[in-house]
Design a protein around this ligand. Structure first.
Ligand SMILES: NC(=O)c1ccc[n+]([C@@H]2O[C@H](COP(=O)([O-])OP(=O)(O)OC[C@H]3O[C@@H](n4cnc5c(N)ncnc54)[C@H](OP(=O)(O)O)[C@@H]3O)[C@@H](O)[C@H]2O)c1
Length: 294
């Protein structure tokens, strides 16, 4: 497959571009400098000229807190961008593999969220992503929306990098312990999407287009994740940090509210495609290996 990979310099996009050849795909790797997805005419023009067999969209406005101050930009990138891509794909009769988020949920459910649970985003980021998903669904039957959570990877900004930086500066880290979710390694998300891209014929035949959940396991709190990061990093370098203290969401107010529970149930993807949730510990080990090697 010739894949147009959008957002190719982000956490997931970078892994998609790098790993595509391992799945036998040719990658056309574009980030905002090559294609701004908020520009409908450019999206149309560039995709038509590309000869792509499918589009994988990893581009997004992902600054959850800043989105509260910049809603117009968040909606332009997260709602209108995917809408432009879906409309162009519909005209070219090619499928779109799009990434969405656990933050479409409000976190009040006590069990893992399934694809059929109602969305109820708590902030601008979640709302803009949700409206992007709705647009994709409306404009393009051949869509696959993969909802992922708590993404971390070698490239770009993420929680792991923040914890590593703070663990080198401080003796105590205070981390929220009353929000739980599933950290997901960007490389694993890329692998899942690249495999699915190779199975477009099967998805057509089985009418299996739609929304799927995919994340790491097991579920954990941000505090538990931070503790694991510190422990794994300490095996590789001496760190001044002594304690990782659990705190509550109320102790650490942020501009955007976050779901208390955003654990995703991945059984639909597993049952239909045999793609199982990945171990975030293994992903974390792979990320740290790459960071310390590089
Ligand atoms: N990060 C998470 O924890 C998380 C959790 C759940 C779901 N997700 C979803 O997973 C997907 C990938 O996330 P990620 O963490 O890999 O994101 P990321 O690292 O922030 O990368 C997104 C990329 O998109 C680019 N971009 C922004 N605006 C664009 C535009 N108008 N046109 C083209 N490209 C544009 C960004 O460029 P700039 O950096 O220059 O803006 C960046 O390179 C997104 O759909 C996100 O919503 C992420």
């Amino acid at each position: 497959m010739r894949l147009a990979i959008i957002g190719a310099r982000g956490q997931v996009g970078w892994e998609l571009s790098r790993r595509a050849p391992m799945f036998g795909h040719e990658a056309l790797a574009w980030d905002v400098a090559e294609l701004d997805i908020t520009d409908a005419a450019a999206v149309d023009r560039q995709l038509a000229a590309s000869g792509a067999d499918a589009v994988v969209n990893a581009a997004a406005y992902t600054a959850v807190d800043r989105a509260e101050q910049e809603p117009a930009l968040a909606f332009a990138v997260n709602r209108d961008g995917p809408a432009h891509l879906a409309a162009a794909c519909a005209r070219l009769n090619i499928p779109l593999l799009h990434i969405s988020t656990d933050y479409v949920f409000d976190g009040t459910k006590t069990a893992p969220y399934t694809e059929d649970d109602p969305a109820a985003p708590l902030g601008v980021y979640g709302q803009s992503k949700w409206e992007g998903d709705e647009a994709v669904r409306r404009l393009l039957p051949r869509h696959l929306i993969l909802r992922v959570s708590w993404v971390f990877g070698v490239q770009g900004h993420n929680f792991v990098r923040t914890i590593l930086r703070l663990a080198r500066e401080r003796e105590e880290l205070r981390v929220v312990a009353d929000q739980q979710g599933c950290p997901t390694y960007a490389g694993d998300i890329a692998d899942a999407l690249l495999e699915l891209a190779g199975r477009v014929g099967e998805i057509d035949a089985n009418r299996a287009w739609g929304v799927y959940h995919y994340c790491g396991e097991p579920p954990i709190t941000w505090h538990g994740f931070a503790s694991a990061i510190v422990e794994m990093a300490r095996a590789r370098e001496p760190l001044p940090v002594r304690t990782v203290t659990p705190i509550t969401t109320a102790d650490y107010p942020t501009p955007a509210a976050r779901p208390a529970n955003s654990v995703l149930d991945c059984s639909r993807l597993s049952a239909r495609f045999g793609i199982r949730p990945c171990s975030w510990q293994e992903g974390l080990a792979a990320m740290l290996f790459a960071l310390y090697a590089g």
